[in-house]
Write a protein that binds this ligand. Structure first.
Ligand SMILES: NC(=O)c1ccc[n+]([C@@H]2O[C@H](COP(=O)([O-])OP(=O)(O)OC[C@H]3O[C@@H](n4cnc5c(N)ncnc54)[C@H](O)[C@@H]3O)[C@@H](O)[C@H]2O)c1
Ligand SMILES: [Zn+2]
Ligand SMILES: [Zn+2]
Length: 404
């Protein structure tokens, strides 16, 4: 069997390559941790990929802002049809259409047992937490490919109840592998509930998913900030207020909208590549969003921080930031008794409920993030357009199965 996949080809470049067809034993390859070579994965399934999305998290690698090795097959947002099951799989069956959480988790370690699947202790020899096709995540092969291996399948996958219904809503359901649960986790972490006022920094797909989630949770007002006008228009298209952070500190614009210069809940959907505010928006200032959320969020409030922060950034603005050390005004957060919720989203906590919300027409996440299917061969163009700030969430369709 052959396989084709999107691979990282050095800063600013991805290419579509011929890749090995997966089997139930891990092989050496770019980024594969030596301790994972030869690992037996009879608890896994092989999926024929139906939809696999390009993510802002991939862009950090492709922009050369991580230590990702060239040749790494990318892709952690995977939805597919099971075509082979390993001998130790009990319940997942050939033909099932499933969503795969981007976190790889064993279901057996202490953290998995406590529902913390974003920091599974068993699958990445380097550190807690793992993902497909991602730097420092153990070297599991990514899913922006025709076929992909999913380990611990009985534990990891979410099977859709009906295949035809799943294909009808595939542009919504494909967001269950990452950004919808991630945005929802950001909103839950920020304490969003009925009547909340919410500020979401970032109108990329994760910010739009967080804003969608805040509405779903009953927020009274959802304000989204970015410096990208097309993305702000996308946020307005489903009922959000917006602020343009290139016009200045968002706190003044928030006061114009709410009558008070603070919100109940703050969400960082930007991460370490944050731009400054006002005239500073022309340059990177990695602690901008964290500091501004501490200023904007009410005393006693919580900050949901799905935006990614790294332990090493070769392209950082200064020496400290190269080690992931940022100039945070932590004293302000302390003074306001803020709670910070960080880390990989434990997708499994949320994906089943959000699937049912999609299937019952309670939410249109695909529309809200402007899901746009493209072929696997067009992945390089998709990456380039996303990098330029297109107000779109690109969904790769390796087998031409998604209705256009
Ligand atoms: N924690 C998790 O589990 C998880 C999962 C998925 C993605 N992420 C992270 O979430 C972040 C967002 O992902 P995405 O796909 O939406 O990325 P993206 O790059 O498409 O979006 C980021 C947006 O932030 C905007 N921005 C930059 N500086 C800003 C500022 N100061 N204020 C407001 N907006 C600003 C950019 O213009 C851009 O539109 C990334 O860091 C990604 O790695 C985390
Ligand atoms: Zn992602
Ligand atoms: Zn585990």
């Amino acid at each position: 069997m052959s396989n084709r996949a999107v691979s990282y080809a050095g800063p600013g470049r991805v290419e579509v390559i011929d890749a090995p067809y997966p089997d139930f034993e891990l092989k050496d390859g770019p980024g594969v941790h030596p301790a994972n070579i030869g690992r037996q994965v009879h608890h896994g399934v092989i999926l024929k990929t139906i939809a696999t999305n390009i993510c802002g998290s991939d862009q950090h690698m492709v922009r050369g802002r991580t230590t990702a090795p060239e040749g790494l097959v990318l892709g952690h947002e995977i939805t597919g049809e099971v075509v082979e099951v390993g001998r130790d799989v009990e319940f997942v069956q050939v033909g099932d259409v499933v969503s795969v959480p981007f976190n790889i988790a064993c279901g057996r370690c202490r953290n998995c047992k406590e529902g913390q699947t974003g920091i599974c202790l068993s699958v990445n020899p380097d550190r807690p937490g793992s993902a497909y096709g991602y730097v420092d995540m153990g070297g599991w092969v990514g899913g922006q490919a025709e076929y992909v291996l999913v380990p611990y399948a009985d534990w990891n996958v979410l099977t859709f109840p009906d295949r035809d219904q799943a294909m009808e809503k595939i542009l919504d359901l494909t967001m269950l592998s990452d950004i919808f649960p991630t945005g929802f986790h950001g909103a839950v972490g920020a304490g969003v509930t009925v009547g909340s006022t919410v500020y979401v920094a970032g109108a990329g797909p994760v910010g739009l998913a967080a804003a969608t989630s805040a509405h779903l949770l009953g927020a009274a007002v959802v304000i989204v900030g970015d410096l990208n006008e097309d993305r702000l228009a996308q946020a307005r298209s489903f009922g959000c207020e917006t602020v343009d952070v290139s016009q200045g500190n968002p706190v003044e614009q928030i006061e114009q909208i709410l009558g008070v210069p603070e919100v109940d809940c703050g969400i960082d959907a930007v991460g370490f590549e944050a731009r400054g505010h006002g005239a500073g928006a022309a340059t990177e200032a990695p602690a901008t969003v964290l500091n501004s959320l501490m200023e904007i969020t009410r005393a006693g409030g919580s900050l949901g921080i799905p935006g990614l922060y790294v332990t090493g950034d070769p392209g950082a603005v200064d020496e400290a930031a190269k080690q992931g050390s940022l100039s945070m005004r932590f004293g302000l957060g302390f003074a306001k008794s803020h709670t910070f919720v960080t880390g990989q989203c434990p997708v499994m906590k949320y994906h089943r409920g959000l699937m049912h919300a999609i299937l019952a027409d309670k939410v249109t996440i695909g529309r809200n993030v402007n899901a746009t299917p493209i072929s696997l061969d067009d992945a390089p163009q998709g990456y380039a357009a996303f990098d330029e700030g297109a107000a779109q969430k690109f969904v790769l369709d390796p087998h031409g199965l998604i209705p256009r």
